[in-house]
Design a protein around this ligand. Structure first.
Ligand code: ADP
Ligand code: NI
Length: 225
């Protein structure tokens, strides 16, 4: 079957850009572009469908419940009807939808047997954007949006955080490093992703050390929690 992939990718890019015009900096077009570029890098030399990865990268946050008042179905049907409207073949739509349904960090709280290499690559790319220098910027940006304090030595990180508390996201931003960001390095699916995560992880650890020095707080409450 022949179809014009470049035209479909262009249409998808324009659709996503328009949807994200007022997006907050944590999930704007620049985030989508970074996830796309990192995913393409991770896909080099892998036996995967690059078209599925590209569509998945562009659309991965459009379907997210947090942009649809917590509803997990609305975003998914929005994506499906968009892909139908530009005549993407059914099998490809199915793969992209599966990716969008499973990519989020929140999903690891639930069990699912679905796997695809394309999903694993996109998940690594999205997670890499949550750590390192950009990840730190995104965390504080999210915290500011929620009105959370940078830190509160009275509030220990919740090491057994569940889906509900994670979504609520009302803890001090420093806690989020222990509740999610420092865990991502060991959750990578690809070896290249793991290498990139190791570098970004090291940067975050150094950042936290400097943070505690400047804030003059005892870091043991974080590191021993
Ligand atoms: P995902 O899409 O993988 O489920 P989220 O949308 O929950 O991830 O997170 C988007 C960005 O906001 C990430 O960089 C994440 O680390 C950050 N973030 C999420 N929850 C918090 C929080 N409670 N405090 C600070 N940053 C957060
Ligand atoms: Ni994302």
């Amino acid at each position: 079957m022949s179809f014009d992939k470049d035209e479909m990718l262009d249409k998808t890019k324009n659709y996503v850009k328009a949807q994200l015009l007022d997006a907050e900096p944590g999930h704007d077009w620049l985030h989508v572009q970074r996830v796309h570029d990192t995913a393409m890098l991770l896909a080099e030399g892998e036996n995967v469908d690059h078209f599925v990865i590209q569509l998945g990268a562009y659309l991965h946050d459009i379907g997210d419940a947090k942009f649809n008042n917590g509803n997990e179905k609305i975003g998914i049907s929005k994506i499906a009807s968009f892909l139908h409207s530009i005549a993407v073949p059914e099998m490809i739509i199915d793969s992209v939808i599966k990716i969008v349904e499973h990519i989020s960090f929140r999903k690891h709280f639930e069990h699912s047997d679905y796997r695809s290499r394309e999903l694993e690559i996109l998940q690594d790319a999205d997670r890499l954007d949550a750590i390192g220098a950009i990840g730190i910027a995104r965390a504080f940006s999210f915290g500011a949006y929620k009105g959370n304090p940078f830190y509160d030595p009275q509030k220990k990180p919740d090491q057994n955080i569940n889906k509900k508390t994670y979504i609520k996201g009302s803890a001090p931003t420093i806690n989020h490093f222990y509740e999610k960001l420092l865990k991502l390095k060991s959750m990578m699916n690809t070896s290249r992703g793991r290498m990139m995560a190791t570098d970004r992880h090291r940067f975050m650890v150094n950042y936290l050390r400097q943070f505690y020095r400047e804030a003059n707080i005892d870091h043991s409450i974080y590191e021993n929690s």
